[in-house]
Ligand binder design. Structure first.
Ligand code: SF4
Ligand code: SF4
Ligand code: SF4
Length: 158
């Protein structure tokens, strides 16, 4: 039984669920309520990329240093079936865009940092400049965010 005060705290703090990005193995966001009762937080320890953080008792993805490799380790580590291999998604629950105002390649300086790291070939240039992200190919892994020198790649949880 989940402690009532903890549940209320969780609801206040994590509402709406929409504003967070989660490891790509959940079925529905409400399942993260079970994390309140999880003491070990094994998903956190299992992530070699160190992109999982615990916020208000639940695991969320924080971009900036690394990205998600969809390696399955967090799902394998979860003992409460919040994260399960059978729910594996091909994309994190967010969308990425390149902000032309911050991007130096949109401002006539040569830079291919994001394209170089993208294994999905999801970043398309118009010649040398004006990169955009192809949403069809992008997995929202976040690796491009970690290499952009001007923090021009922004994301929105969906
Ligand atoms: S799939 Fe792998 S890299 Fe992605 S959050 Fe889980 S443990 Fe981390
Ligand atoms: S290991 Fe599973 S139950 Fe525990 S915090 Fe992580 S996702 Fe939640
Ligand atoms: S978030 Fe998308 S564009 Fe960026 S590296 Fe990952 S797949 Fe490529």
């Amino acid at each position: 039984m989940i402690d009532k005060s903890k549940r209320n705290l969780f609801r206040r703090a994590s509402s709406p669920f929409k504003s967070y990005v989660y490891p790509p193995y959940f079925e529905k966001k409400e399942d993260f309520l079970k994390c309140i009762e999880c003491e070990n937080k094994d998903c956190l320890i299992s992530c070699n990329e160190k992109i999982i953080q615990i916020e208000n008792e639940i695991p969320i993805i924080k971009f900036g240093i690394n990205g998600c490799t969809f390696c399955d380790e967090c799902a394998k580590a979860c003992s409460k079936d919040v994260l399960k291999l059978e729910n594996k998604k091909a994309k994190l629950n967010c969308e990425m865009i390149i902000n032309p105002k911050k991007c130096i390649a949109w401002n006539q300086t040569i830079c291919f940092s994001c394209q170089d790291i993208c294994e999905e070939f999801a970043i398309i240039y118009n010649g040398m400049f004006n990169p955009v992200i192809d949403e069809e190919k992008c997995t929202s892994c976040g690796f491009c965010i970690s290499v952009c020198p001007t923090n021009a790649i922004e994301w929105k949880a969906i």
